[in-house]
Design a protein around this ligand. Structure first.
Ligand SMILES: NC(=O)c1ccc[n+]([C@@H]2O[C@H](COP(=O)([O-])OP(=O)(O)OC[C@H]3O[C@@H](n4cnc5c(N)ncnc54)[C@H](OP(=O)(O)O)[C@@H]3O)[C@@H](O)[C@H]2O)c1
Length: 311
């Protein structure tokens, strides 16, 4: 099969398209033929070697952990999903490849009405937002600031919070303010402008904050809310201040809890933007764009057309 492989850590140029042995589904495993793979900031951090102690990498390595495709085969003991079903979820064997091996709990069936390209934008964004918001425990009627509200995780958090009756103020570059407004939040600028913008947007104060952007946001919010009402997914050093850290193992995520979010997507009540779709040989370019840090939504890698899969 074709795969985008790295044989060393480095800049995006380390990706090489190679023919590698096709994997097969062992007992308890699921083999998925990949239509699209999503690009996440984590992929670039692993590629660059910054996280080698947390995520040890054996070369040659296939990166990418989020895919949508069609079940090609299942191993002994697997009753669900079935061969031929469209699924989305997580692929610890590496998503930038034509075939991936995963486990039944790491994938979930994609509703018929949802294109695979739409489905592929959802798992990491929604799972991370759900996990972080469970810690934040925001109530209807409260006001919550979401940092990086136009990003994948931030935009998912905005939608989940507003659906729960929470008032959301979202930070973003000004070019994304209309987008943040359309998601249901009041947009403000991040960085030096944040505190002054918040004074205008929320004169009665804010109750809690969710940080998907880092860069000192948690420290700024500590001037406005209790540390226990701040949750970050990026600024792990903020734990010293009493801020809550929502860390998770991206390679051991149970995707089945995402079924309700996929249903909301079918109803048009939840969406992560597709920031772009690059061809299979465009993985390096996708990493450059992701590392630039200003994506609105999720970048996808088109891996293959799968007949009848409604990609
Ligand atoms: N702990 C976990 O379990 C977990 C899980 C998933 C992701 N993450 C991490 O969470 C972060 C966000 O992931 P993502 O997939 O949502 O990324 P993304 O889709 O690439 O979005 C990045 C966002 O960051 C915003 N941004 C850029 N500069 C900023 C600044 N100075 N202050 C505030 N926001 C800024 C950008 O907003 P503008 O374009 O509007 O400038 C952009 O929307 C990444 O670092 C990722 O590794 C952690």
């Amino acid at each position: 099969m074709k795969a985008q492989v790295i044989t060393r850590f480095g800049e995006p140029e380390v990706f090489e398209a190679r023919e590698v042995d096709s994997p097969s589904a062992g007992p308890g495993q699921v083999l998925v033929r990949v239509a699209v793979a999503a690009v996440n900031p984590l992929d670039a951090k692993i590629r660059g070697g910054a996280l080698s102690s947390m995520f040890p990498t054996t070369f040659p390595a296939v990166l990418g952990n989020e895919i949508a495709g069609v079940v090609e085969a299942v191993g002994a003991g697997v009753t669900e999903p079935s061969v031929g079903e469209r699924v989305v979820g997580f692929a610890p064997s590496g998503g930038y490849a034509e075939l991936v091996v995963t486990t039944p709990d790491r994938v979930v069936r994609v509703p018929d009405a949802l294109p695979l390209t739409k489905a592929a934008t959802i798992p990491t964004a929604a799972e991370t937002a759900q996990r972080a918001l469970a810690l934040l425990d925001a109530r209807a009627g409260e006001t919550v600031v979401v940092n990086a509200a136009a990003g994948s995780v931030g935009s998912a958090a905005v939608q989940l919070l507003t659906a729960a009756g929470v008032r959301v103020i979202g930070t973003a570059s000004e070019v994304n303010h209309d987008y943040v407004r359309a998601l249901g939040a009041t947009p403000v600028r991040y960085g030096d402008h944040l505190i002054a913008d918040l004074a205008l947007a929320a004169p009665d104060g804010v109750d809690a904050a969710f940080d998907a952007g880092g860069r000192g946001f948690a420290d700024q919010m500590l001037t406005l809310v209790e540390p226990a009402r701040i949750v970050t997914i990026v600024d792990f050093a903020a734990a010293r201040l009493g801020v809550q850290i929502a860390a998770g193992d991206p390679f051991a995520v149970d995707a089945r809890s995402l079924a309700p979010v996929l249903d909301l997507a079918v109803q048009g009540r939840f969406a992560t933007e597709v920031a772009g779709v690059v061809p299979f040989d465009g993985v390096a370019e996708a990493h450059r764009r992701s590392e630039d840090g200003h994506l609105r939504g999720k970048l996808l890698v088109h891996v293959a057309d799968i007949a009848g899969a409604n990609a």
